[in-house]
Design a protein around this ligand. Structure first.
Ligand code: ATP
Length: 308
């Protein structure tokens, strides 16, 4: 996924000695056609990166900063398909953690993909730091957002290659630090080659949880202020779940996090939980509130969120 400037990514990418499977995966990620085909509005071209990467634009000293992410009456359907999201309005305040929960197919992952602008809304708007994402130049949007998807792509190549993809200038110490923060330092540094350990195809086989934590480390190195996370639904044993939760906690402290949550631990720790059902927001609140007021949330918590 495009959480780093494309040029850098391609540089790192071309340096890698990779297995074909991972190559295809990355290529697929880098060339998502629906994303690159979406035009920026004319206004987007007029905004420089500098103007848009500073503190939130548009507010006077006394005005509160705009929310990190705002969905404003968003409707969306995939081409040729039914409406997946219907009139979703939702505010994700800065520096807070919002969890999206709901039955399978409710539209949670789709909602995340609209922020990243893999697709454009059918109607309504998605705003990041107060600006419609269609008006933000892509490098700016990518600079603001980090997206860690469920099956996080780990490149065949070394740990160093994987991390350098996000931050080509990172030092070994930066890399060790970020691995420490996602609880991977012991796993990696215990290996004889350390950061030069091969991972991915033909290398050390990482577990699902370790792959996602490596992807998290990569995103963390890029240090985006807003993180979008699609939690893995499988491959996490209880220990990995705890490690993942701790990693997310340390990585996202002081950042805005919007997460598609499949685990009760993630949900309980959230500032705000949004319950989606068939493309609509049916409840918003904290865990205790929703446990009292939302029958669907209770059902999810009892079944889906507790069952791996
Ligand atoms: P889950 O918890 O199972 O991941 P979800 O709530 O994240 O589900 P989405 O993945 O957003 O749900 O899917 C919402 C609906 O959109 C589903 O009916 C799904 O089949 C459809 N859908 C998802 N991705 C695409 C796509 N790329 N093209 C067409 N339809 C899609």
């Amino acid at each position: 996924t495009l959480w780093f400037p494309l040029g850098r990514a391609l540089n790192a990418y071309s340096r890698l000695q990779t297995g074909l499977g991972a190559l295809h995966r990355i290529e697929e990620v880098l060339t998502l056609p629906q994303e690159s085909d979406l035009p920026d509005t004319p206004a987007a071209g007029a905004l420089s990166v500098r103007e848009r990467t500073g503190p939130a634009a548009g507010g006077s000293a006394s005005a509160p900063p705009p929310p990190a992410i705002e969905f404003d009456h968003v409707a969306f359907g995939y081409a040729g398909g039914e409406t997946v999201l219907k009139d979703v309005s939702l505010v994700v305040p800065r520096g807070t953690r919002t969890a999206l929960v709901g039955p399978s197919g409710a539209g949670k992952s789709t909602l995340l993909s609209l922020v990243e602008r893999f697709y454009d809304v059918t109607s309504g708007s998605v705003r990041v730091d107060g600006t419609d994402v269609r008006e933000l130049p892509r490098p700016v949007l990518r600079h603001r957002l980090g997206y860690v998807e469920q099956s996080a792509p780990v490149l065949a190549g070394t740990v160093r290659d994987n991390l350098a993809l996000a931050a080509p200038d990172a030092t070994d110490e930066d890399m060790r630090e970020v691995l420490r923060s996602v609880n991977l330092e012991n796993v990696i540094m215990r290996a004889p080659l350390g950061l030069d350990t091969q991972v991915g195809e033909g290398g050390v086989l990482l577990s699902g949880g370790e792959r996602q934590r490596l992807a998290l480390a990569r995103t963390f190195l890029a240090a985006p202020p807003i993180m979008l996370l699609d939690e893995a639904t499988s491959n996490l044993d209880a220990r990995n779940e705890v490690l993942m939760r701790d990693a997310i906690g340390s990585v996202t402290a002081d950042r805005t996090l919007l997460v598609v949550a499949h685990r009760l631990s993630t949900v309980v720790d959230s500032d705000q939980i949004v319950v989606l059902e068939r493309g609509e927001v049916v409840a918003v609140g904290r865990h205790d509130e929703l446990a009292d007021t939302s029958p669907l949330y209770r059902e999810l918590a009892a079944h889906q969120l507790l069952i791996k």
